[in-house]
Ligand binder design. Structure first.
Ligand SMILES: *[C@@H]1O[C@H](CO)[C@@H](O)[C@H](O)[C@H]1NC(C)=O
Ligand SMILES: *[C@@H]1O[C@H](CO)[C@@H](O)[C@H](O)[C@H]1NC(C)=O
Ligand SMILES: *[C@@H]1O[C@H](CO)[C@@H](O)[C@H](O)[C@H]1NC(C)=O
Ligand SMILES: *[C@@H]1O[C@H](CO)[C@@H](O)[C@H](O)[C@H]1NC(C)=O
Ligand SMILES: *[C@@H]1O[C@H](CO)[C@@H](O)[C@H](O)[C@H]1NC(C)=O
Ligand SMILES: *[C@@H]1O[C@H](CO)[C@@H](O)[C@H](O)[C@H]1NC(C)=O
Ligand SMILES: *[C@@H]1O[C@H](CO)[C@@H](O)[C@H](O)[C@H]1NC(C)=O
Ligand SMILES: *[C@@H]1O[C@H](CO)[C@@H](O)[C@H](O)[C@H]1NC(C)=O
Ligand SMILES: *[C@@H]1O[C@H](CO)[C@@H](O)[C@H](O)[C@H]1NC(C)=O
Ligand SMILES: *[C@@H]1O[C@H](CO)[C@@H](O)[C@H](O)[C@H]1NC(C)=O
Ligand SMILES: *[C@@H]1O[C@H](CO)[C@@H](O)[C@H](O)[C@H]1NC(C)=O
Ligand SMILES: *[C@@H]1O[C@H](CO)[C@@H](O)[C@H](O)[C@H]1NC(C)=O
Length: 653
């Protein structure tokens, strides 16, 4: 049993009073107990830190360990780095802080720990976020070369009150990056995320401080919807690109559009340049040769798919053959040459370029004989590319190895024929076509040299004339370059034989003339009969046999006079008019019968008219050969109707 020791109790009281006095006099506030740790499991420096409430001036600290040697005293900071050699790290150690302020001092509570097992990482920094589907991949700087444990808090833009929490293993991704994944998020909304991590290599790890809150924008799912306009300037193009803005959730931490064009990315002719903007349009200058421009949107959580714009080369109306190229020559600094193979449709492909830096040797590889190249000479003028020269060239020309296509003849006449063809395919021209050579020769004449003629290389048809009628010709066409002729396309034609058209024509004319003259003779006869009617023969009575009938003869004479009066009837017409009408009618009848034999006479009105006309004609023709008096009286009662139709009033005399 312990006996009461008044001395010791007095001593304790004295100490207590002393401490009370000190505390009261200086108002010394003790700090929190010191926390000593390494910042990763392979560090050899320990860091000790404590909290000091209140801000007193002239405060100094002493850090004490129960087993420690040579510790620095009287420092002003609330943390201190200590080398491992100065400490006992494998056993439980006690530590405390003593504060000195003014004339007084006080101590923090003690903390005991195995220092070697205490690791506290720095808070995660350099955090990057990436969406993969609906999972968010978080990456940050690794604290050591071992995996760690991570605690992640995250909240959706729509639920900002509470944090969702997850503790997960942070794996090493690369040498110095931790990676953790949170699944089942909504990639179309933005999140706030904070992380802390902990060492897994030691027994008494401490959580690191929380990282800063990181805003994770929504994923950029779609490529920018790029529209563009180009404006032709002198040797260059101004290209205005525009696109729609991205959803707000995706641009919450800012957005950047990066434009990359194939001309400036190769640094030719102007310096390499990456264009970035955060607005929704951009203007750039490109030269006349083909260019691809890509636009990509980037936010903190990644990039959109790439949108690509392909601008073909500016179409040149009359592209000429180059009189000189700078291929293989030493170029000025701002110069750049470009050349493209021209394919079947004259579309430039397989481009190459030469700049001051790029070697000449490549030209031997890329430029081949007999191939047409489109050539651009570019330079950088005031920071903008400019096309100085556009033309095409052949390294070495050849003769065409194919004939003009689809060579054919049509519209053969007696002395001429039309020819048409299609151009030789570009690949087969193998040189600059100077002209076509057209030759023609009579097929049966072996020894006669063919006649030839040059035709412009731009033609695709020709009219060959001054041929002999009714003759077989063989015609050939070849393409010609500076080097020579290509293969022939041939066609055989027969000109039309000389038709006896004139004989038939004159024969026809003869018949017409013959008919007309017959008609005229007939008419003349009639006119003559009318003007000079035949003198009636005097009646000579036979006195000897019919004497008692003499008075009758006198009456008979009067009948002749009556006949003459009838002839001057007011309704009667002149013979000439009538004959004309008959003639016209006759002509019409001929025509109509020709037509109607083809048609099937179904039209009833027409056939009525025809039958009437036929009657008229019949009447007329019957009368031929009867004596003049009778005919005249009958003609006098022909009535003209409707210009075409004659009616006949049958006068029963
Ligand atoms: C200091 O105070 C902060 C906040 O009160 C606390 O999180 C931290 O653990 C304290 N540090 C020490 C060494 O006690
Ligand atoms: C501290 O001590 C000095 C003399 O040593 C004295 O002048 C001063 O007043 C004291 N300060 C306090 C706060 O007691
Ligand atoms: C982390 O970010 C800092 C500045 O923010 C930078 O200096 C450092 O290089 C970055 N570290 C890594 C590993 O990216
Ligand atoms: C952590 O450990 C590595 C070696 O593994 C070291 O290079 C690094 O400096 C250490 N400290 C911190 C704070 O990362
Ligand atoms: C971390 O990984 C270890 C195995 O390496 C496993 O036992 C543990 O459950 C994992 N922790 C979490 C939170 O996934
Ligand atoms: C951790 O947080 C505390 C209190 O906020 C601060 O005093 C301390 O410096 C932080 N540590 C690091 C390594 O940032
Ligand atoms: C731009 O495009 C070129 C090829 O077209 C490519 O080599 C280059 O890496 C791209 N640059 C950027 C920043 O995308
Ligand atoms: C674009 O960036 C500028 C600064 O570079 C900034 O002032 C402006 O607000 C940004 N605009 C958008 C739409 O992000
Ligand atoms: C543009 O892109 C298309 C398709 O990817 C490619 O065929 C063409 O060669 C490119 N043009 C240029 C000038 O790079
Ligand atoms: C080449 O052609 C251009 C015009 O097309 C002319 O100005 C130049 O003098 C020509 N050069 C030679 C060497 O013929
Ligand atoms: C482009 O080059 C490739 C490979 O050299 C070749 O196969 C292709 O035929 C070329 N294209 C044209 C249109 O010449
Ligand atoms: C290119 O080829 C020509 C002959 O085809 C040759 O004379 C010349 O030396 C070659 N140039 C290079 C750089 O190979």
């Amino acid at each position: 049993m312990e006996t009461f020791n008044p001395w010791s109790s007095l001593q304790g009281y004295a100490i207590f009073m002393f401490l009370w006095m000190i505390n009261k006099g200086s108002a010394c506030e003790p700090p929190s107990s010191p926390l000593c740790f390494r910042r990763n499991s392979s560090e050899t420096i320990y860091k000790c830190e404590w909290n000091q409430t209140g801000n007193q001036a002239d405060v100094t600290y002493d850090l004490h360990f129960n087993f420690a040697i040579d510790l620095k005293n009287n420092f002003k900071e609330t943390s201190i780095d200590i080398l491992a050699e100065q400490l006992i790290t494998e056993r439980i150690t006690e530590s405390w802080v003593e504060v000195h302020t003014g004339n007084s001092s006080c101590r923090s509570p003690r903390r005991s720990a195995v220092l070697g097992q205490t690791v506290k990482f720095d808070p995660p920094n350099n955090i990057t976020v990436t969406w993969i589907q609906n999972s968010l991949i978080l990456k940050w700087s690794a604290a050591e070369k071992f995996p760690a444990l991570a605690e992640i808090w995250f909240r959706n833009e729509d639920h900002t009150e509470t944090w969702d929490k997850a503790i997960t293993n942070a794996t090493l991704s690369g040498a110095s990056t931790y990676q953790a994944i949170i699944r089942n998020l909504l990639k179309n909304s933005f999140y706030q995320v904070q992380i802390r991590h902990q060492c897994k290599q030691v027994k008494e790890p401490l959580w690191s401080n929380w990282s800063q809150v990181v805003i994770v924008p929504a994923e950029l799912e779609h490529k920018p919807n790029v529209r563009w306009k180009e404006q032709l300037l002198d040797g260059k193009r101004k290209v205005i690109l525009s696109w729609e803005s991205v959803p707000k959730a995706a641009s919450v931490r800012g957005i950047r559009f990066t434009l990359n064009d194939t001309q400036s990315s190769r640094g030719c002719p102007c310096k390499k340049k990456i264009h970035t903007t955060n607005s929704t349009h951009y203007t750039m200058y490109v030269s006349n040769s083909a260019v691809n421009i890509s636009v990509i949107a980037t936010n903190a959580a990644g990039s959109s798919p790439l949108a690509s714009v392909q601008l073909p080369a500016v179409q040149m109306k009359d592209l000429k053959v180059c009189n000189k190229t700078l291929l293989g020559e030493k170029l000025e600094k701002s110069m750049c040459l470009e050349w493209y193979e021209l394919d079947e449709d004259s579309v430039p492909t397989n481009g190459s370029f030469q700049s001051r830096k790029r070697e000449k040797a490549r030209i031997n590889e890329t430029v081949q004989d007999h191939i047409r190249y489109l050539y651009f000479e570019q330079r950088c003028h005031k920071g903008k590319p400019q096309t100085v020269k556009t033309c095409f060239f052949y390294k070495e020309e050849g003769a065409p190895n194919k004939e003009p296509q689809d060579f054919r003849a049509f519209g053969e006449m007696h002395t001429s024929v039309n020819l048409s063809w299609k151009a030789i395919p570009l690949k087969n021209q193998r040189g600059v076509l100077t002209h076509y050579n057209l030759c023609w020769v009579k097929s049966n004449s072996q020894d006669v040299p063919p006649e030839c003629r040059n035709i412009s290389a731009s033609e695709t048809k020709h009219r060959l004339d001054k041929l002999t009628p009714g003759t077989k010709y063989s015609i050939s066409l070849t393409g010609v370059t500076r080097v020579g002729k290509g293969p022939e396309a041939t066609v055989t034609v027969n000109t039309k034989p000389e038709k006896p058209v004139n004989v038939w024509l004159s024969f026809g004319l003869l018949i017409i003339f013959f008919l007309v003259s017959i008609m005229c003779t007939f008419v003349f006869k009639r006119i003559k009969n009318k003007l000079f009617p035949p003198v009636p023969r005097p009646f000579i009575p036979n006195f000897t046999s019919h004497q008692p009938e003499t008075p009758v003869t006198a009456e008979h004479k009067e009948e002749v006079h009556d006949l003459m009066l009838q002839q001057l009837h007011p309704e009667s017409r002149t013979v000439c008019e009538e004959t004309e009408e008959v003639t016209v009618l006759g002509g019409q009848w001929d025509d109509r019968s020709g037509e109607d034999m083809k048609n099937d006479n179904s039209d009833s009105g027409g056939s009525d008219e025809e039958s009437l006309s036929a009657d008229t004609l019949k009447t007329t023709s019957e009368r031929e050969g009867t004596d003049l008096e009778q005919m005249d009286s009958e003609l006098a009662i022909l009535i003209y109707r409707n210009g075409l139709v004659f009616d006949v009033k049958t006068d029963s005399s």
